[in-house]
Design a protein around this ligand. Structure first.
Ligand SMILES: [Zn+2]
Length: 234
């Protein structure tokens, strides 16, 4: 089973997903392995852009009652809609086929063109979780083949020195987004209060105050003008 849970928010201020009407632009899709990855690696960016129409997919933990409930709460905090899959997330991290990961992503995302895709880096953001890399490779393959349409793909850009310190933004050739104090506090609040991680947990320490991305545009090198247009508030 691929689609285990789909959350649609209610309320006038939140975009409704009814499968018929595409979201209003900028239309942004975040595809991550686990519930909490969306907040850890790009939560500040999302909180800074409540005007975006954001759809968040996690490929694992859809049948985990506790994590899926927390993810649903996080969607509300991030003013997003989303869906969860249920790919294996066991401690052995046995490899999944590229086709299985790609098919799961396609089954969970709405079939609309997006302005921006956000996802993991092939090497992940820390040392080490196989699913992060698998999701990244699947997203690049789907985007390059045209099965996912988007003007740009940004991958998270963090490193942890081979596990010697909490993840921090990669310093070279990345788009760096410093968060305001207020936005960083809201991001941290999702990690500690919604997901329930302690104030001194690895997750709380990984919730960087500067977010960083490697930016790719369709068929060409990074495009600063497009990046700027996506970041400008209306
Ligand atoms: Zn993860």
């Amino acid at each position: 089973m691929r689609v285990e849970w789909t959350g649609t928010l209610e309320g006038d201020e939140v975009n409704q997903i009814d499968g018929k009407e595409p979201l209003k632009p900028p239309c942004v899709a975040i595809v991550v392995a686990h519930p909490d990855d969306e907040t850890l690696w790009c939560g500040g960016l999302l909180l800074s852009h409540p005007e975006w129409s954001t759809f968040i997919v996690t490929l694992c933990r859809g049948e985990d009652f506790d994590r899926s409930a927390r993810f649903r709460q996080a969607l509300v905090s991030l003013r997003a809609t989303g869906a969860m899959g249920n790919l294996d997330d066991g401690v052995d991290q046995y490899p999944l086929s590229a086709k299985r990961v790609q098919d799961t992503i396609l089954s969970l995302l709405p079939k609309w063109p997006f302005d921006l895709l956000l996802t993991h880096a092939p090497q992940g953001e820390y040392t080490w979780h196989r699913r992060h890399g698998e999701v990244s490779l699947a997203m690049h393959a789907l985007w390059r083949s045209g099965q996912l349409q988007a003007k740009a793909l940004w991958q998270f850009a963090y490193e942890d020195g081979g596990g010697s310190y909490p993840p921090r933004p990669q310093s070279h050739n990345t788009l760096q987004l410093p968060l305001t104090e207020a936005i960083w506090n809201r991001k941290l609040q999702i990690i500690t209060e919604v997901y329930g991680f302690g104030a001194t947990s690895w997750e709380a320490r990984a919730a960087s105050r500067v977010e960083a991305f490697n930016c790719f545009t369709d068929g060409g090198p990074p495009n600063p003008a497009l990046e700027q247009s996506l970041l400008v508030n209306p």
